[in-house]
Design a protein around this ligand. Structure first.
Ligand code: CP
Length: 308
C-alpha cells in the first residue's frame, strides 16, 4: 500500500497499520544485517524548526539504512532562509526541486498541512506544535503490539501534559481504530486532554475516564504512558508551569502498584517524571520504544517512497 503525505494520525486505518507493523518487523531483520542499498537514488530532506533527538536522528538513520541520502539543517529557524523572511510555503517549493521526501517539524499547529498543500513530494509531519506527532504514535502502537501482544482490549493511562502533548493526541486518534479500548487521562486540571480528542473518542465509542489519582489507575492498566510537562509550551505562564510540574512521577513505589505484565512508555525526552531507579525494571519500555522508532520509520519511508 502506498501513502503520500503523512500529516495526521487519522489517515491510518487498521489495514495500513497492520501492514506497517509487518514491514517494521521485517526492518528489524534488515537493520540486524546492516541495512540495504535499495534507495540509493533517493534523497530525504529533514527540516526541523524545533529541537529533536529521536525523531530527526531516527528518520535520518532510517533513510541511511535503506541506502538513501539525507540533506538537513540542524536548526531550520536559524539556518534556513526563513531567518531572512522566507515563507514556509516557498521553502517547501524550493526543497521540492532537491529532495524526494520532506520530513518537517514546526512549532505551529497545521504547519505540515500547509507544507503538504504546496508540495509535490511527500511531506511527513514530525510534530507540529501542540497539534500532532503521527509517526511517534505509529511507533508507540508498534511498541504496544510488540510488548503486550495485542491492541484490542488495551487499558492505558496517559499521564502528564495531555493538553499540550502532541504524542498523546495522535496516539488517542490511533487507539480509536481498535476495539474495547479504555483510556485513563491522568493530568492536572490545567493540562487535561482537550475536547476535540474527547469528542472523537465518544464518536468512536472508546471508553475513557479523566482521573487525578494516578495510584488508583496504576493497578488497572497494561500501559502507563508518561509524558513530560513541557515548560517550553507555557511561554510566560511560569506560575501555571510551577503548579503542574512534579505532580505525577513514576518511581519505585509506582512499580509496586503496577501489574507484572504492564509496561511504562514515554515518548522522551524525560526530565524528572520517571525516576532513574525505574530504568532497570523490565517493565520500563521507553528505550525499547525509541529504538522501535527506527524500524517503524524505515517501514514508513518505504511505504511513502514506493518501489526503489
Ligand atoms: N519523541 C520525540 O519526538 O523526541 P524528540 O523531540 O527528541 O524528537
Amino acid at each position: 500500500m502506498k501513502l503520500h503525505h503523512v500529516v495526521e494520525a487519522q489517515q491510518f486505518d487498521r489495514p495500513i497499520l497492520l501492514e506497517l507493523f509487518e514491514a517494521s518487523r521485517h526492518m528489524e531483520d534488515v537493520v540486524r544485517k546492516g541495512g540495504v542499498t535499495d534507495y540509493h537514488r533517493r534523497i530525504m530532506a529533514t527540516l526541523f524548526y524545533e529541537p529533536s533527538t529521536r525523531t530527526r536522528f531516527s528518520f535520518e538513520a532510517a533513510m541511511h539504512r535503506l541506502g538513501g541520502r539525507v540533506i538537513t539543517t540542524e536548526n531550520a529557524a536559524e539556518f534556513s532562509s526563513v531567518s531572512k523572511g522566507e515563507t514556509l510555503e516557498d521553502t517547501i517549493r524550493i526543497l521540492n526541486g532537491y529532495a524526494d521526501i520532506i520530513v518537517i517539524r514546526h512549532y505551529e499547529v497545521g504547519a505540515a498541512q500547509r507544507a503538504a498543500a504546496v508540495s509535490r513530494v511527500p511531506i511527513v509531519n514530525a510534530g507540529d506544535g501542540v497539534g500532532q506527532h503521527p509517526t511517534q504514535a505509529l511507533l508507540d502502537l508498534y511498541t504496544i503490539q510488540k510488548e503486550i501482544g495485542a491492541i484490542d482490549g488495551l487499558r492505558i493511562a496517559m499521564v502528564g501534559d495531555l493538553a499540550q502533548g502532541r504524542t498523546v493526541r495522535s496516539l488517542a486518534y490511533l487507539l480509536g481504530k481498535f476495539h474495547d479500548i479504555k483510556i485513563y487521562f491522568v493530568a492536572p486540571a490545567l493540562l487535561q486532554m482537550k475536547d476535540d480528542i474527547l469528542e472523537y473518542l465518544r464518536e468512536r465509542k472508546v471508553a475513557y475516564e479523566e482521573e487525578s489519582d494516578l495510584e488508583k489507575v496504576l493497578p488497572q492498566v497494561h500501559v502507563v504512558y508518561q509524558t513530560r510537562v513541557q515548560k517550553e509550551r507555557f511561554g510566560d505562564r511560569i506560575s501555571d508551569y510551577e503548579k503542574c510540574r512534579g505532580l505525577y512521577v513514576i518511581n519505585r513505589e509506582s512499580l509496586k502498584l503496577m501489574r507484572q505484565d504492564a509496561i511504562i512508555m514515554h515518548p522522551l525526552p524525560r526530565v524528572d517524571e520517571i525516576a532513574m531507579e525505574v530504568d532497570q525494571d523490565p517493565r520500563a519500555a521507553y528505550f525499547r520504544q525509541a529504538q522501535n522508532g527506527l524500524y517503524v520509520r524505515m517501514a514508513l519511508l518505504k511505504m511513502v517512497l514506493g518501489s526503489a
